[in-house]
Design a protein around this ligand. Structure first.
Ligand SMILES: [Zn+2]
Ligand SMILES: [Zn+2]
Length: 358
């Protein structure tokens, strides 16, 4: 049986803090990524720490001399980088090691470090249109500031006919070594070279305008076509109309949020339009035709049917909004309200009473 306390060099009565401190020191000392590091001692310390840092496991270990509850340890055989197995880290068994794990993963070059240029970001904008615009559809030009293709070098980043040379920042390695502060101390790791983006070469004559990125800040104009029947809140995607990427690495997209301004006459309800209309008792009694305005601005005459229920909309088919992505139009729904006729003359009253009795 392994003496975990001895491995960590602490008393059996050591506090959590003392155990953590002892492990930190040992892990730092034996870290396999370090000169003179000792992999087996590192694993051993880690195994001990796994048990002693866990209240339950420690209690079980103290009592039975084992903490075997499925704890697989650190090493699983000589696989992975330089015979070092990281599976113990990866599965999340090593609580405090996340940071260090990441750093020596990177240090060993595990991370894929293909040359990379930044792709353009997606952009979002909102666009306010009138209900009439939504009815007919509209083409509008929008202008906004973003990254655009560098006009001087046409996005190439430099004068390519002048050739390229080794990047001075990384000496043509494509990556740079950086010190990084971790839980256990400083570790060096590699990163993609920020100057050449991992391409190792830079143009002999980089573009002075864009400093070689192939893009500059500027105004982009986009023609936006809004289809008839567009709904409030709908998002129109303009592929490739977002930010320009570095050196032609692809543009982002532009997302336009459509906002339809409230209308002073019509209220939209799906593809239907609701309009208010005041009528008189005489209109109703005499089943007169009423006149209403449509979204196109034309006036139409609508007959008041007999047996009309004022609580229901009077429906005029085909005079609403165009159905988006489909055919035909919704309806115009007339919301009728009855205007009080005011005080009736004596004669009028008599005539109505006669008519009622007839
Ligand atoms: Zn470089
Ligand atoms: Zn340029």
């Amino acid at each position: 049986m392994k003496d975990y306390y001895k491995i960590l060099g602490v008393e059996k009565t050591a506090s959590e803090e003392e155990i953590k401190k002892a492990f930190r020191k040992l892990a730092h000392q034996h870290h396999p990524d370090k000169q003179g590091g000792n992999e087996s001692k590192f694993k051993e310390a880690n195994e001990a720490y796994q048990v002693l840092s866990d209240k339950q496991k420690r209690a079980q270990y103290d009592r039975f001399g084992t903490a075997d509850g499925g704890f697989g340890g650190f090493g699983g055989g000589p696989q992975g980088f330089e015979g070092f197995d990281f599976s113990g880290f990866q599965s999340g068994q090593v609580g405090d090691l996340g940071d260090i794990f990441e750093s020596f993963f990177e240090g060993l070059g595990v991370q894929n470090r293909r040359p990379t240029y930044r792709k353009g970001s997606d952009l979002e904008m909102s666009m306010e249109i009138s209900l009439e615009d939504a009815f007919s559809g509209i083409t509008r030009e929008v202008s906004f500031d973003t990254f655009i293709v560098c006009a001087k070098c046409s996005g190439k980043g430099g004068d390519l006919s002048a050739g390229t040379k080794n990047c001075a920042t990384c000496n043509g390695r494509g990556e740079v070594r950086e010190e990084r502060q971790t839980f256990f101390g400083n570790f060096a790791q590699n990163r993609v070279c920020p100057t050449c983006n991992g391409h190792r070469q830079v143009p002999n004559k980089p573009c002075p305008e864009c400093k070689g990125s192939g893009r500059t800040k500027g105004a982009r104009k986009v023609r936006v076509e809004i289809v008839a029947g567009v709904q409030n809140g709908q998002i129109v995607k303009m592929a490739g109309a977002g930010e320009t990427g570095e050196k032609g690495s692809g543009n982002g997209d532009l997302y336009l949020h459509i906002k339809i301004k409230p209308h002073n006459i019509f209220t939209r309800q799906g593809d239907d339009l609701i309009v208010k209309k005041e009528i008189t008792a005489w209109d109703l009694l005499l089943e007169r035709k009423i006149e209403v305005q449509t979204i196109e601005g034309k006036k139409i005459k609508v007959e008041l049917p007999s047996g009309l229920n004022l609580r229901e909309y009077l429906k005029v088919a085909g005079e609403g909004m165009p159905r988006f992505g489909s055919f035909g139009r919704g309806a115009l729904l007339i919301n009728l309200t009855l205007k009080s006729p005011g005080k009736l003359s004596h004669k009028a009253q008599k005539l109505i009473e006669e008519a009622e009795g007839a």
